[in-house]
Write a protein that binds this ligand. Sequence first.
Ligand SMILES: C[S@@+](CC[C@H](N)C(=O)[O-])C[C@H]1O[C@@H](n2cnc3c(N)ncnc32)[C@H](O)[C@@H]1O
Length: 255
Amino acid sequence: MSDLPEHVRLNRALWDRWARDYVEAGERGWARDDPKWGIWGVPDSELGVLPQDVAGKDVIELGCGTAYVSSWVARRGARVVGIDNSEAQLATARRLQREHGLDFPLLHGNAEEVPYPDASFDLAITEYGACLWADPERWVPEAARLLRPGGQLIFLTNSFLLVLCMPPEDDVAATDRLLRPAFGVYRIEWPGDFGVNFYLSHGEWIRLLGRSGFEVEDLIDVRPPEGATTRYPFVTLEWSRDWPCEEVWKARRRA
Ligand SMILES: C[S@@+](CC[C@H](N)C(=O)[O-])C[C@H]1O[C@@H](n2cnc3c(N)ncnc32)[C@H](O)[C@@H]1O
């Protein structure tokens, strides 16, 4: 524990506290077979996040939380492993595994340093997990190491534009103004006790993915459908219909 980087320690304490507020969302995620993504629950049939065929593939979810994403790929025939920094989140995941009769390995650990050999997986995926809470300079090269040549990395996180428009106060929605410079964001420790998040500009993602051994395949700007709802206060539907508040990156490990 004392060897963990500071942001991993802070985020572990935070998520062990927050886990109880994510139980219900985890239960809903596990209960559905048609994946819905992000804070607006946009159906996979509209967004095309999951690869068409994951049956027989080795998949790792980096920052799996309650592991509902893992449950979706497990039901589609993948061999999946989830890793998460919070034992409390994994406790929910383990209970839901038992309730749904699905069993796959769930590791307590840091997605920046995964105890699996090189080239163990065909797909690494994360929805608001490692891609928001772990250091990109550490977890992206680690994902590249874990993937086989030709393997795919898919992640969904806050859009960079949203971060530029988010006031520092908790519970205050993003504005239509740029509130912070785009250069030099990278790591934000939000005031109060909200842990540490990491945000990269599109140029920074492209360069980091490239030098870690990936080809970028796609960048999907998420637009929620009219009438969509969310429990999160940090952005409104009106804002999210005008500008993307989430983005999905897809990258392929070079051979
Ligand atoms: C918002 S949840 C994402 C999981 C799920 N998709 C969800 O939306 O509930 C964020 C998760 O990332 C995990 N996390 C944060 N930092 C991590 C790290 N360095 N390695 C692995 N997991 C991490 C947290 O413990 C938490 O369970």
